[in-house]
Design a protein around this ligand. Structure first.
Ligand code: ADP
Length: 394
């Protein structure tokens, strides 16, 4: 089954074409376009390339297109990307302005260009559908809650991959199967060996998630991808009183405060150096105190959320690191896991240092009670798999 995964940025269009089977997934082709102002031309060019390279006889040769949609109003899961999805994206376009309009536009373009090809949306919030309301509801007035203001959770495709892959790595087949079938079967009854995972997705944007037996119990992300850990340019958690206070003290309008919290905060705002964790780390190593503070705040925040999920799950069997920072910054991983010997976390420094640049592996020592893993992110594969399962079950 040929499945195309379309990754739509506000100025970019990237794609991967997979040949999917029950157990096999083969990446046939990948490509993309930058500085994109409208997607229709890109789709045409992409189809021409895929035909010329012999991957498709025609556009209709595609079985489905998958979209990693971010946040839908009153809608989540892995669903057909129809008018309901377009309305849901539109309903929250103010909350995810960099993502929702781009996906709505992309879905429309595919519908126009390839009307016979099934379109499937896998929302980034999907992995968090079964989180207990106690962990998603904000203590705000009813009228605010009715607008859909609550914790959702993002990076769902990435954390779902960790739920599956970490179970495979530690040989827990029952949890692997449960995690795999989640969007089709829901969280089925479970009585096998427990697998509690603290999943740290640390990249341009970051989140920590607790996963019990393949199902998420909560995320550091909230109403928008703005909360939780400090992000590259975005603030992460912030007391809501700070906004009226800067309005009074600095005369910032709501729009300007929002812009600064989105574009001039996070690692960039703290370090004053860069929004890129590599530059920040380098500056810190050269003695820049602001850069060091940025690194320390990130580490403290990861530990804060990881500690929360450890406590909520009553322990953990696995701590997992993924995405650009999580896969590459061995020093940060060591600091996140430092001083946790009483919880049973012992890092193997040699394994930790060697597991970088896309390598997968276990970086804890054999005697470590909790296994610490590095698992390279593969969000496109997760989308292709879920679209495949969607097609099989519909
Ligand atoms: P995105 O979240 O935008 O998809 P990535 O998952 O690729 O991005 O993560 C990007 C982040 O990973 C950047 O902050 C980058 O500095 C960081 N990163 C990449 N390589 C390294 C490295 N060797 N050491 C530390 N951080 C790194």
């Amino acid at each position: 089954m040929k499945i195309l995964v379309a990754n739509l940025g506000s100025t970019s269009f990237k794609y991967r074409l997979f040949d999917m089977g029950d157990t096999e997934a083969t990446l046939l082709a990948k490509g993309g376009f930058e500085r994109v102002s409208e997607y229709t031309a890109c789709i045409g060019e992409m189809l021409a390339t895929l035909k010329a390279d012999g991957h498709l006889a025609s556009g209709d040769d595609l079985d489905a297109v998958g979209f990693k949609t971010v946040l839908g109003k009153d809608l989540s899961g892995c669903v057909e990307a129809d008018d309901r999805v377009l309305a849901a994206l539109d309903g929250f376009k103010e909350v995810a302005p960099a993502h929702n309009p781009a996906y709505a536009e992309g879905i429309r373009c595919f519908k126009e260009k390839l009307p016979a090809v099934t379109r499937v949306a896998l929302f980034e919030t999907a992995f968090f559908q079964w989180v207990d309301p106690a962990a998603t509801v904000y203590a705000i007035p009813q009228s605010w809650r009715e607008l859909g203001i609550r914790r959702y959770g993002f990076h769902g495709a990435s954390h779902k991959f960790i739920a599956e892959r970490s179970a495979e790595l530690v040989g827990n087949d029952a949890v692997f199967e449960r995690a795999r079938g989640l969007y089709v079967d829901g969280p089925s009854d479970y009585s096998g060996d427990p697998l509690r995972v603290i999943s740290c997705h640390l990249g341009g944007s970051s989140s920590v998630v607790g996963i019990r037996n393949g199902v998420a119990i909560g995320s550091s992300m909230g109403f928008s991808p703005q909360s939780g850990l400090p992000q590259n340019n975005r603030v992460g958690d912030l007391d809501s009183m700070a906004i009226p206070y800067v309005n009074k003290m600095l005369g910032l309008s709501m729009e300007e405060a929002e812009r600064q919290l989105n574009k001039e905060s996070g690692l960039l705002g703290l370090s004053g150096v860069s929004n890129d964790a590599r530059d920040v780390r380098e500056a810190a190593a050269e003695g820049n105190k602001d850069a060091q503070l940025a690194v320390d705040v990130l580490i403290d925040s990861i530990r804060h959320w990881a500690g929360s999920f450890y406590f909520k799950m009553g322990g953990a069997e696995v701590i997992s690191f993924t995405a650009g920072i999580g896969e590459n910054d061995a020093n940060l991983r060591a600091k996140v896991c430092a001083g946790l010997e009483d919880l049973g976390v012992v890092i193997d420094p040699a394994a930790n240092d060697a597991t970088v640049r896309g390598k997968e592996g276990i970086i804890s020592a054999p005697e470590s009670k909790i296994k610490v893993c590095v698992i390279p992110a593969n969000e496109e594969l997760v989308i292709a798999r879920e679209v495949y399962r969607f097609k099989q079950s519909h």
